[in-house]
Design a protein around this ligand. Structure first.
Ligand SMILES: [Zn+2]
Length: 419
């Protein structure tokens, strides 16, 4: 007789165990790297004198952010412009014309939307379909370890009426690359980012869909290089820069990865981008981008669900970046390197959106920013990467920026937090 009471209630999402079989130990090259100290401020060219924006809670330690002479960050200035100076009706018409120029009439896909199944990509894909009468193909690069709510939201969005391609890279390769990236760059997410940014372009190439629409331009919305503000998409020159920026994928060859291992991470050839005229645009350039509105939109149209735990680790927010169990480490390494955790970036954009004031933002940062990943997340990260507990500690200390942190009697603390 079948006794379902004997079935353990843990599932692949609650207690993922599908990657426990075959992770390699650290190679001698990785072990050597782990022992190397990094001078973080120098590496990222961070300003010596720490300064917080007088309007939000971000500091000048965010790489590439620009502050003006009155102490206001570039992202805050951009948002003010967004609410006051931009002619949105004009940009809307520009976008409509773009759609008209790419729209196909033979039933094939005419636009690629990089798609996590999160609130922002749902908004972009559905608007393209419903408002602009396009035939979008959404392209998802799988997270490292799906959360239940993240996978559920992806399915809900597909079933609400979207076509989707889900690309999941070889898990064994991806785990090792993630471990090496954490050690080498102080960010577990670089291999994921290759896929997230380049795989949709490769699908655009395969399916001959030259129109690719991303959601937001992070460099502009959250503070980055000044020239980014003008970016509408990219031309050939930008493509060249884009495909070869950051740490080259080829770096991973030094660790023994083959061309076949690295193939999923590579974008299309520059030649094909040019020949097929593949263009990338940001929806946020043409439309007033309000993350909270995107959330309500997704709830209404695709039955999107927020974090079932009430909030995400390391922050107070509940509806952004929900799909990956390893997410807390992406933000935690930014905290170690730049003194800026997840609550800081969430509070900063909520202040700019006008949802909270600066004092509330400061309180939220002081309450949540320093929260380390939970024990459950720590265990998943170690199982996934094959880092031992000691190696993990070593890696964290390798990337902790001593210019920003000091060791007190009850552990490491930031020398300055926003006040
Ligand atoms: Zn600011």
């Amino acid at each position: 007789m079948y006794h379902d009471t004997n079935i353990k209630k843990e599932g692949v999402f609650d207690s993922p165990d599908y990657f426990l079989n075959n992770v390699d130990k650290l190679s001698s090259l990785e072990a050597k790297l782990l022992n190397e100290r990094v001078e973080v401020s120098k590496k990222y060219n961070l300003p010596k004198n720490l300064q917080f924006c007088t309007e939000c809670v971000i500091s000048n330690q965010r790489p590439r952010i620009v502050f003006d002479e009155t102490g206001v960050c570039g992202a805050c200035k951009f948002w003010k412009k967004k609410f006051s100076q931009v002619d949105w009706a004009f940009r809307e018409r520009e976008f409509e014309e773009l759609c008209n120029s790419f729209r196909k009439s033979d039933g094939s896909y005419d636009v690629v939307v990089p798609f996590s199944g999160g609130k922002d990509s749902i908004y972009v894909a559905r608007e393209l379909k419903v408002k602009y009468n396009m035939n979008p193909l959404t392209v998802t690069w799988a997270p490292h370890v799906y959360t239940e709510v993240g996978f559920r939201n992806l399915l809900a969005s597909v079933h609400s009426g979207l076509n989707n391609v889900l690309i999941t890279p070889n898990g064994h390769v991806h785990r090792l690359m993630t471990r090496i990236s954490t050690n080498l760059m102080g960010d577990p997410f670089q291999p994921f980012i290759y896929g997230q940014t380049l795989a949709p372009l490769k699908i655009a190439d395969f399916y001959n869909i030259p129109f690719v629409v991303y959601g937001e331009n992070g460099e502009v919305e959250y503070g980055g290089a000044r020239e980014a503000e003008k970016a509408r998409g990219f031309d050939e020159e930008e493509a060249k820069k884009f495909l070869h920026s950051g740490i080259a994928i080829d770096t991973f060859k030094e660790f023994g990865f083959s061309e076949a291992d690295l193939f999923p991470y590579r974008g299309p050839s520059l030649e094909n981008i040019q020949k097929k005229g593949i263009k990338r645009y940001f929806y946020s350039y043409f439309h007033k981008w309000l993350p909270q509105d995107n959330y309500y939109y997704s709830v209404e149209h695709t039955n999107f669900k927020a974090n079932t735990k009430g909030r995400s680790e390391g922050t107070f927010s509940k509806y952004a970046s929900l799909d990956d169990r390893l997410d807390p480490y992406h933000y935690y390494f930014a905290l170690l390197k730049f003194g800026l955790g997840r609550a800081t970036s969430d509070a900063a954009h909520e202040i700019r959106e006008g949802l909270i004031d600066r004092d509330e933002g400061i309180q939220l940062v002081n309450k949540f920013d320093m929260e380390a990943p939970s024990h459950a997340t720590e265990k998943i990260f170690q199982d996934y990467t094959g880092f031992s507990k000691d190696e993990m500690v070593q890696c964290i200390e390798k990337w902790r920026n001593r210019d920003l942190w000091f060791k007190s009697s009850d552990g490491w603390k930031l020398k300055n937090q926003v006040i």
